[in-house]
Design a protein around this ligand. Structure first.
Ligand code: PXG
Length: 455
């Protein structure tokens, strides 16, 4: 069977039997999915033989790139040795223990203990339940309300989706649950108006204080935020923002949760986005880069000041999934961390390659469609606008971002569109040559998008 016929067959099966996530079903049925068959390094290949530069590292996760034989080998060996055992009945497995210790070594000072999960969503539901449990143990049962941000992304579970600050993820499901509140985000490009970014950063942090006072500090459990908002559009906060947020959380005895699911594992040039932004969180959920996307595994790290309270409780911590600390996933995560250390990938994004990424992308700022280029480590967003000076986007109905994304795909580049922000988060192993290719292809796609808009 030739590749083309097989694509048609697979598309038909996909259409008939597979409900996709975050998808308008009739649209996909009409179009058919692009079937990714294999990958190597920073490139993915589809069933029609197209070679595509993956500017998104899968879904912000394949930090080591594709085709890492060592990760495949440890998975194979662990499956033969012990494919599964649980951690429920006072048992543990070797890889889960070793991974917990390896994480304690790379986590910020004071983080010695982790709890495992299989996805970032589960990790954030673990955060919510652990925080509620913590305040019960502390004799402050009223402190139960969570504050997070609009355009924040924290997952799809009932709790984690409630933390998420996206209307389209709430309205169809009657979310958020009670006790989840949202404040605005530090998105200077869209919301900063005439303020300079530093002044706006302080204003945006002030929204947290106002919300805490509105709810009553005695009722507020925690503030949950990504160091840089990823799925919200790579929103890099002004330099004044995090110090002020930190001060406010301390002042009102509100726990600070830094969601490191995207920013963790070298994305911003350090193991943690919290280090890059000088944040001292109480709790750190992580996923994605933990196993470089090779296995579904996540974790929540607790600072000793929280972990000590949980660990001292004589009541059962009645929480955890079957695959908690799954030995195969844990073995792959452990090997991921080893490889990152050997190759210096934890800091690569803050070295010459990060500078190259920033400098080459900045050359796009002169394009007439580009309103702003912002980067941090190996994360970037290029805002497409109708009016550069006024930072005004095209009307949403023009679907500029989606048009550009299609041009990128057709031209052999995966670039994610978030509204009209074109986002990149390539594997941390990306080379200068691949960065050049990415920027050239993006520029071509911007030209084609302009032409589509005119036509
Ligand atoms: N926190 C953050 C910061 C995330 O980015 C999650 C939690 C949830 O992780 P799981 O493993 O449950 O998906 C995420 C996930 C996108 C996109 O379109 C982003 C994510 C997931 C799916 C799509 O950018 N981030």
């Amino acid at each position: 069977m030739d590749a083309r016929a097989d694509t048609d067959r697979l598309r038909a099966l996909d259409r008939d039997h597979h409900l996709h996530p975050f998808t308008v079903f009739p649209e996909l049925r009409a179009k058919g999915s692009r079937i990714i068959t294999h990958a190597e390094g920073c490139y993915i290949f589809d069933s029609n033989g197209n070679r595509i530069l993956d500017g998104m590292a899968g879904l912000w996760c394949v930090n080591l790139g594709y085709g890492r034989e060592r990760l495949a080998r440890v998975a194979y060996e662990q499956m033969q040795e012990l494919p599964f055992y649980n951690a429920f009945f006072q048992t543990a497995t070797v890889p889960s223990i070793e991974l917990a210790r390896a994480l304690a070594e790379i986590l910020p000072e004071g983080f010695e203990r982790v709890f495992f999960a299989s996805s970032g969503s589960e990790a954030n539901d673990t955060v919510i339940k652990s925080v509620w449990y913590y305040w019960n143990l502390m004799g402050k049962p009223a402190k139960k309300t969570f504050i997070s941000r609009t355009l924040g992304y924290h997952g799809v579970g009932l709790g984690s989706a409630s933390l998420t600050g996206m209307r389209f993820m709430h309205d169809p499901f009657d979310l958020p649950l009670e006790r989840f509140h949202h404040i605005g985000n530090p998105y200077w490009f869209a919301e900063g108006g005439d303020l300079d970014p530093e002044a706006f950063g302080k204003v945006a942090a002030g929204w947290l204080e106002a919300k805490i006072l509105e709810i009553g500090p005695e009722n507020v459990a925690a503030f949950v935020a990504e160091p840089i908002q990823g799925a919200g559009g790579v929103i890099i906060p002004p330099s004044t923002y995090w110090a002020e947020v930190q001060r406010i959380c301390r002042q009102y005895d509100v726990l600070l949760v830094a969601d490191e699911v995207i920013c963790g594992f070298g994305r911003t040039g350090n193991w943690w986005g919290s280090t890059t932004f000088d944040i001292a969180p109480d709790i750190i959920p992580m996923a994605k880069g933990l196993s470089s996307g090779y296995q579904p595994i996540a974790a929540v790290a607790f600072h000793d000041r929280i972990a000590d309270v949980l660990a001292a409780s004589g009541t059962e911590y009645a929480h955890g999934v079957t695959y908690h600390g799954h030995p195969v996933a844990a073995a792959v995560a452990l090997e991921t961390i080893r490889i990152m250390r050997e190759e210096g990938l934890d800091t690569r994004a803050s070295g010459p390659i990060g500078a190259c990424f920033r400098d080459r992308l900045m050359t796009l700022a002169d394009h007439s469609l580009v309103g702003e280029v912002r980067t941090c480590g190996l994360l970037a967003c290029v805002e497409l606008v109708e009016d550069k000076a006024a930072r005004r986007p095209y009307p949403a109905a023009r679907k500029v971002g989606l048009t550009c994304r299609e041009h990128c795909f057709d031209n052999g580049l995966v670039m994610r569109a978030i509204r009209d922000g074109m986002v990149l988060s390539p594997p941390l192993i990306v080379s200068e040559r691949e960065i050049d290719e990415m920027v050239t292809k993006a520029a071509d796609a911007f030209d084609l998008t302009l032409r589509s808009l005119a036509g």
